[in-house]
Design a binder for this molecule. Structure first.
Ligand code: SAM
Length: 250
């Protein structure tokens, strides 16, 4: 049945995603720099500026990996208050990831940072009560999840009323010239970088394919609205190579 098929393919995707990130964890940060020519740093900085996390907020960063977003959120908040928050109004970021190796790398990187907590968990079934966080962030994570709607429903559940959903993901490029350059770059060069730096060509092949399968900007906006978020909008960066989607829980 199609239902049976879907279950099998979901399991295959989840298993594959585990293998890919266990394999790349140690080289993940370097690979990001190489693959995006350093641009991921600018995109992540911009993403956090857009979030503009208020002092004392409780944020969940899902599929948070080695902590790139969480650490930027804490830095943003430190800069804003001059690093002198009293403990009861300190911002807290909870990084959730399904891959223990990625979390371990993150903990090593930011081990003295008391504002970041590391939790092993699944975006499809978050180990937190409902209406718990002021904001939910997910960067380059949702395309790896086997059921986008369920990940969105879980996001909606754990966000407080009035809280924000902010997602950054590779998206669809509509300019034809840019698209042909981008396709050549990603299909041909990225797997080669994967081979050279991480000795794992198939893992990077998977990453490129998962980008092509992710819904375009409008379709993903509709999915976000579909679970109940309001004031949904998106912004495309670099002609749609990346998009940031935003929504609020009413
Ligand atoms: N957000 C980080 C960043 O921007 O550098 C990491 C992004 S990395 C491309 C994707 C992450 O999603 C991996 O760490 C992977 O383990 C995680 N992931 C995949 N499926 C997940 C799931 N169902 N629940 C939680 N994390 C998941």
């Amino acid at each position: 049945t199609s239902f049976g098929f879907q279950q099998v393919s979901e399991k295959t995707k989840a298993t594959k995603v585990q293998e890919v990130f266990s394999s790349v964890a140690a080289n993940y940060d370097l690979m990001n720099d190489v693959m995006s020519l350093g641009l991921h740093r600018l995109w992540k900085d911009y993403f956090v500026t857009k979030l503009a996390p208020p002092t004392g907020s409780k944020i969940i960063d899902v599929a948070g990996g080695t902590g790139d977003i969480a650490s930027r959120i804490v830095q943003y908040s430190d800069r804003r208050v001059g690093g002198a928050e009293s403990s009861d109004e300190e911002l807290q970021v909870t990084v959730v990831d399904i891959n223990k190796e990625m979390l371990t790398e993150g903990e090593k990187r930011f081990k003295n940072n008391e504002n970041i907590k590391w939790v092993h968990g699944d975006a499809l079934s978050l180990p937190f009560p409902s209406n718990h966080f002021d904001a939910y962030t997910i960067a380059f994570g949702i395309r790896n999840v086997s059921n986008f709607e369920q990940a969105l429903s879980e996001a909606y559940r754990v966000i407080k009323e009035g809280g924000r959903y902010l997602c950054m993901e590779f998206s669809q490029v509509d300019n034809i010239a840019l698209k042909s350059f981008y396709d050549a770059y990603s299909f041909q060069l990225i797997p080669v970088f994967g081979e050279l730096i991480a000795q794992d060509r198939p893992a990077y092949q998977y990453l490129v394919e998962s980008i092509r399968e992710f819904p375009d900007q409008e379709s993903f906006s509709n999915m976000i609205e579909g679970v109940g978020f309001v004031n949904v909008n998106y912004e495309s960066l670099l002609g749609g190579v990346v998009a940031i989607h935003s929504g609020f829980k009413p």
